[in-house]
Write a protein that binds this ligand. Structure first.
Ligand code: ADP
Ligand code: ASP
Ligand code: MG
Length: 401
């Protein structure tokens, strides 16, 4: 079998843990598998590098950030290869470029465009374990790019797809995908399997256990992911196409995203084209607008509210302030969060949203905004109630059962 394994930051967070990973990789090798191993930077390392850059500049150049940030993954890849060699295994570490990972030029958030697997194949044919530095590639000009936070998951899925690997195993400090973050709700239950669509919603809505883009690509390429723990043995959770059994489950998980800010615009001139102008100006600044609500208009004006990632609030403020008329007043609130209920069963059952609203109401948690899709309900609430809301909803849908 050809197996792609990915070990995240916590799993390679110290020299002892890298050694632990080396032993696990060696074991899989002894069982007769060909292995491509993708590694993250040691935990905390990427944040530390970002802080270093911020010491010199609030807005460091993204091209330079990519060179800086890609170094973290190289450290672990080379150390793991050295550890394996010392244990008597043939192993070789490759950077993203050497592994043939080609991306577009969106520095710090690049998309993988193609993978030339020639070098990896050559090393596998020689009998080597191939260790690839995650989270990075090169663009057409040969410049280093990185794939967005959590991007080593994406490296692993893309390599598994390109190599037609038999398995794509993603190892972290949890032994699978849970009904919600087990750090917030200890009663969270591990799932045996979850559909791509549900996992995509959960990770897009704040569950960082898998990077959302990696799930999107896995679905597109049909790569079956198994999420497992690097600290113990266990079957993990399979992320794959939904089957009939999955659809019987109404709600499969709750996600919390604290990285949200709310913008409220009052007395906005109510005329055709005004929403287009406002959101065009935000889009021009690359701001990801999420939930939007517009009130019924009164006397020629209306109120408009929406959310943006907290990190983009300053830029959003500037874009809004660039309107000299058409917007009466604006206020901004960083102390909000988004809590979401996800489940494919919602497609075919009613009353699921009402249950969420009721559960929050019983706990005196005020809902500021709501948005729904076929398989999720998201609610914006005061940030200080975020974790409570997760537990309350978890209980309401009896997810611990
Ligand atoms: P890595 O560093 O290995 O990439 P992450 O820290 O990115 O790992 O992801 C693992 C963490 O995701 C867990 O420690 C857990 O707290 C968090 N998490 C959030 N939501 C979930 C969920 N639904 N199931 C499992 N883990 C979750
Ligand atoms: N090291 C990168 C990050 O912290 C990528 C990853 O860990 O997947 O975001
Ligand atoms: Mg991660």
């Amino acid at each position: 079998m050809l197996i792609v394994q990915k070990y995240g930051g916590t799993s390679v967070g110290s020299l002892e843990r890298i050694e632990n990973v080396a032993r696990r990789v060696a074991k899989a090798r002894d069982e007769g598998n060909d292995l491509v191993v993708v590694v993250s930077a040691m935990s905390g390392e990427t944040n530390k590098l970002i802080e270093y850059a911020h010491h010199f500049s609030k807005t460091p150049s993204k091209r330079e950030m990519d060179i800086l940030l890609s170094s973290g993954e190289r450290v672990t890849a080379s150390l793991l290869a050295i550890a394996l060699q010392e244990m008597g295994y043939g192993a070789v570490a490759l950077t993203g470029r050497q592994a043939g990972i080609r991306t577009d030029s969106t520095h710090t958030y690049a998309r993988i465009e193609s993978i030339d697997t020639t070098a990896i194949r050559r090393e596998l044919d020689k009998g080597n374990i191939v260790i690839v530095a995650g989270f990075q590639g090169i663009n057409e000009k040969g410049e280093v790019t990185t794939l967005g936070r959590g991007g080593s998951d994406l490296s692993a899925v893309a390599l598994a797809g390109a190599l037609h690997a038999d398995a794509c195993e993603i190892y972290s400090d949890v032994d699978g995908i849970y009904t919600t973050d087990p750090r917030i709700e200890p009663k969270a239950r591990k799932l045996d399997s979850i559909s791509y669509d549900e996992m995509l919603e959960l990770s897009s809505l704040g569950a960082k256990v898998l990077q959302n883009r990696s799930v999107e690509l896995a679905k597109k390429m049909g790569v079956k992911i198994i999420a497992k723990s690097s600290f113990d043995e266990g079957p993990g959770t399979i992320i794959a196409e939904e089957d009939e059994k999955m659809e019987e489950v109404l709600v499969s998980g709750i996600a919390l995203d604290k990285n949200q800010a709310r913008v409220s615009l009052r007395d906005v001139t109510d005329r055709p084209g005004i929403a287009a102008e406002i959101f065009k100006r935000l889009a021009d600044e690359q701001i990801n607008v999420d939930m939007i609500i517009q009130n019924a208009s009164k006397e020629g004006t209306t109120n408009l509210g929406f959310t943006v990632p907290q990190s983009e609030l300053e830029v959003a403020k500037r874009a809004i302030e660039s309107f000299d008329h058409d917007i009466g007043s604006a206020d901004y609130d960083e102390n909000v969060c988004k809590v979401s209920v996800v489940g494919v069963g919602m497609k075919s059952h009613s009353g699921i949203a009402a249950k969420a609203f009721e559960a929050l109401a019983e706990n005196n948690i005020n809902i500021e905004m709501i948005s729904t899709s076929e398989i999720k309900i998201s609610m914006i609430i005061d940030e200080k109630y975020g974790e409570l809301a997760v537990r309350v909803l978890h209980e309401a849908y009896e997810l611990d059962k």
